[in-house]
Ligand binder design. Sequence first.
Ligand code: CAA
Ligand code: NAI
Length: 246
Amino acid sequence: MRLQDKVAIITGAANGIGLEAARVFTDEGAHVILADFDETTGNQRVNEFEAEGRNVSFIQVNVADCSSVDQLMATVEEQYGCIDILINNAGITRDAMLSKMTPDQFQQVIDVNLTGVFHCTQAALPLMSAQGHGKVIVTSSVSGAYGNPGQTNYAAAKAGVLGMMKTWAKELGRKGINVNAVAPGFTETSMVEGVPDKILSQLTEQVPLQRLAKPRDIANAYLFLASSESDYIHGHVLHVDGGIVM
Ligand code: CAA
Ligand code: NAI
């Protein structure tokens, strides 16, 4: 087991990539805290996972809200006493061309996809520092590395998390905290469902591997970066995108 008895918080784990990561991590022996805004779905997932014998729990959080994140970390500390792994996976889109994007659409995406990652990592830091170990993973995107029409807000946030990740790699390495990023390509989750078919097929054609990612493709990258196999990989951006960005 690659994550035996590790305590892992995965934000945005009620759906999509985070949900698949919870499956992969529990397969490898971790206890996973599904930390998500969506309480109904989150509790449903816990029931399904527990029926399969998986070691999971759900804690409701809004990553954009500092006090909600503080409450999440305090609850995890009280119930489990440690945080071995933090996967900053929660994210949203509010797509619009620059000419039409409202300040509100811009700000909502920054609040969740950028500020949310800051809140969660900062709030996990005291416990990880005291433990003297930890694995922090941030989720970027092909959009942050490469740009994508209709995603000014999202690309800004996803490029921004890479800047934060590299800064934290420099600040936190000496505390035994390992920090890296995964940059997924277009992945088959509800997030891509709103993309018009014509645009989605154009995007797929641009992928050298000629397909979208499956959530498992991304979850496997999280697993590698969360496991001891990647202990000397630090400040790295792992592109999991079928070769779009190289
Ligand atoms: N590539 C090429 N051309 C594009 C394009 C793209 N990715 N996106 C839009 N265009 C073109 C359209 O074809 C259209 O061209 P014409 O005027 O010649 O017809 C023009 O730009 C304007 O587009 P729309 O008519 O669609 O404009 P709209 O205002 O109605 O909608 C939009 C704008 C909401 C951004 C819509 O185009 C859209 O949903 N685009 C896809 C955005 C996208 O890729 N989102 C990714 C979601 S998944 C995700 O975010 C995960 C991740 O990390 C990648
Ligand atoms: P999804 O929409 O399937 O799941 C996102 C989850 O985040 C949902 O369960 C949602 O409830 C939760 N969430 C949203 N706002 C939240 C908040 N404020 N606080 C707590 N939880 C919140 O999305 P998907 O595709 O699984 O995305 C996961 C991550 O991967 C995101 O960061 C996304 O930006 C990134 N990504 C996704 C790609 C894709 O094509 N699907 C490509 C590249 C990156």
